[in-house]
Design a protein around this ligand. Structure first.
Ligand code: AMP
Ligand code: MG
Length: 298
């Protein structure tokens, strides 16, 4: 497990005004780590990841069996920050039956004809399951805030100033509170990548023919809005990190760091629910004994 203190530093306290430059996207988060050296820390991270993945499989089985809670994982980030890799690696050990992933793209005409939370509500995980939102309703206060012309498709009543976004944050907080009160554990991860690291990853996609498919010209166009996105992320993190659904700012310049940290928070989160396998009633126990007797007599 990663030290609680380290994870606590990544959790955004409710009401905090977030400045992303205060969060280091690199691996050397503390002088202690820096002193240990990259290779040693990387090796330790691999061990922690492995232990967490093993525990995660057990935790998921318990989640499924107890059928009282669901987990909603929300992933938000700039392009190339590693959302897909997190999903692929962190969920590699879980039972696919108890897990679902939704990747949200531009809303359809049908989506647009409803309130902005509608399309996400339909994809929420049922009890016993882990649901992953690869992008989410947060896009409606991120890409839509950076490109407010996207709102033109929606015939929304009211004005569109700063108050408009405040109300969206309030709606999101209330929506998440509702989910938590109904047994959903919400874990929100902002994968924090530096502008330099994004450039390196884009170049890698352009230079390696096997990765060409990963590059979209739209990614470069969005990179030009880096500062606007940073501001939108800061506003969103400040307004929507709540006691019931806090944000974690995950250092994402090294994939091995982000994967280890996310796996750790996820396993710790499920364990914190103190789930128990369902108790078998006296009646059921008698029925089981009867079934065994019948089979024995065959
Ligand atoms: P990708 O995840 O790379 O496949 O890209 C999905 C694209 O859909 C991104 O450019 C997002 O900004 C965009 N997108 C996701 N949700 C929304 C939304 N609610 N409104 C507008 N664009 C969105
Ligand atoms: Mg993309």
């Amino acid at each position: 497990m990663i030290k609680k203190k380290t994870i606590d530093q990544m959790r955004v306290p409710a009401g905090k005004k977030v400045r992303l430059r205060d969060y280091d996207p690199g691996w050397a988060q503390t002088p202690e780590l820096k002193e240990a050296g990259k290779e040693a820390v990387k090796q330790r991270a691999a061990e922690i990841l492995e232990a967490n993945l093993a525990e995660l499989a057990t935790a998921q089985e318990l989640l499924w069996a107890s059928d009282s809670h669901s987990i909603l994982i929300v992933l938000q980030a700039m392009d190339a920050a590693g959302k897909d890799g997190i999903i692929k690696h962190v969920m590699s050990g879980v039972n696919p039956q108890g897990c679902q992933v939704f990747s949200f793209k531009k809303p359809s005409d049908e989506d647009i004809d409803h309130n902005f939370l509608w399309r996400y509500m339909r994809c929420l995980p049922e009890r016993g399951r882990i649901g992953i939102f690869n992008r989410s309703y947060y896009e409606d206060v991120l890409v839509v805030k950076v490109h407010p012309e996207l709102l033109d498709r929606q015939k929304l009543p009211g004005k569109r100033g700063e108050g408009f976004w405040q109300k969206r944050y309030e709606d999101i907080n209330a929506f998440e509170h509702h989910l938590v009160r109904n047994g959903t554990l919400i874990l929100k991860f902002f994968l924090h990548i530096s502008k330099d690291e994004q450039k390196q990853r884009f170049l890698e996609r352009l230079e390696n023919p096997d990765k060409h498919w990963k590059f979209s010209e739209a990614d470069l166009a969005e990179r030009a809005f880096w500062d606007e996105y940073t501001e939108a992320f800061e506003d969103m993190l400040s307004a929507t990190s709540t006691k019931w659904a806090p944000w974690y700012v995950i250092p994402a310049d090294s994939k091995w760091v982000s994967r280890t940290v996310v796996a750790d928070i996820l396993t710790t989160g499920i364990k914190s629910l103190h789930l128990k396998f369902p108790k078998v009633s006296e009646e059921k126990r008698t029925a089981l004994a009867e079934a065994k007797k019948q089979l024995d007599q065959e």
